[in-house]
Design a protein around this ligand. Structure first.
Ligand SMILES: [Fe+2]
Length: 251
């Protein structure tokens, strides 16, 4: 009887929960909040006219322009009301399987730390500015949020089948570093670009980088490096086309 009770209790807690920590919002200093404000103001100014419009809408819908590092409880009240998604804090990168399991559960992990002022332009691992500013505005929109949930399920299936690299490349070339057309122009889609001052500009304006029409087949066949500015970006025909591709991709 007790054994059965224990099994029930264990199965109610998903394995990814072991990666979740308290955000510890009270530990952010005045300087941390000022760094967020500097990054936010600079990036919104840069992204106007360069990023797909649902991203900018999402900033407003979630009130991400309020001063300081967002407190996750407050952010989640707005986000959950819109799409059922919520953010949880993590101390650093989450292993791929746990990460995709979170997405499949409508949970997005965000770092519980922010870069220093000396790191405004580059950081080795994603902090809360990348995770919240870069990713979460898109999760305020039902169709995009549903596609992200599908990507979570796809990621779990792919990893279980030994195709973790396949899904990592798909994720990389769309959700992190994707471009897409909107209103006749190439615009930023991915969070890695949305949260980067230098690469947001280079991805659209640097004549030396390659912009290739997106297809799932080409993206998943293309290796990437995560420690350099990307020499190649994939451009989807539209945001809707990218979302549809992510929602229906199969390895
Ligand atoms: Fe990211």
């Amino acid at each position: 009887m007790f054994q059965s009770f224990d099994q029930t209790a264990a199965s109610a807690v998903p394995a990814w929960a072991s990666h979740v920590v308290d955000q510890g919002w009270d530990r952010f200093t005045a300087e941390d909040h000022a760094v967020w404000d500097t990054l936010y103001t600079r990036q919104v100014r840069l992204l106007e006219g360069r990023i797909v419009s649902p991203f900018l809408d999402g900033l407003g819908l979630l009130d991400l322009g309020a001063p300081g590092v967002p407190e996750l409880g407050r952010l989640n009240r707005r986000l959950e009301a819109r799409t059922g998604w919520r953010c949880v804090a993590v101390p650093g990168l989450v292993p791929d399987e746990a990460f995709f399991a979170m997405l499949a559960s409508q949970v997005f992990p965000v770092g519980n730390f922010i870069r220093t002022r000396a790191q405004l332009d580059y950081l080795d691992e994603p902090d809360c500015f990348h995770d919240i500013f870069g990713h979460v505005p898109m999760l305020a929109h039902a169709g995009i949020a549903q596609a992200m949930e599908q990507v979570g399920r796809l990621g779990l299936r792919a990893i279980a089948a030994g195709h973790g690299g396949w899904v990592a490349r798909l994720y990389w070339y769309t959700i992190e570093f994707g471009l897409c057309r909107e209103a006749g122009e190439v615009r930023i889609l991915g969070a890695g670009l949305a949260s980067s001052f230098g690469e947001a500009q280079a991805s659209l304006e640097d004549a030396a980088v390659e912009r290739r029409r997106f297809s799932v087949a080409e993206a998943v066949a293309t290796p990437y490096r995560n420690d350099i500015m990307q020499p190649l970006y994939f451009v989807a025909d539209s945001l809707e086309a990218a979302v549809e591709a992510l929602a229906t991709a199969e390895f």
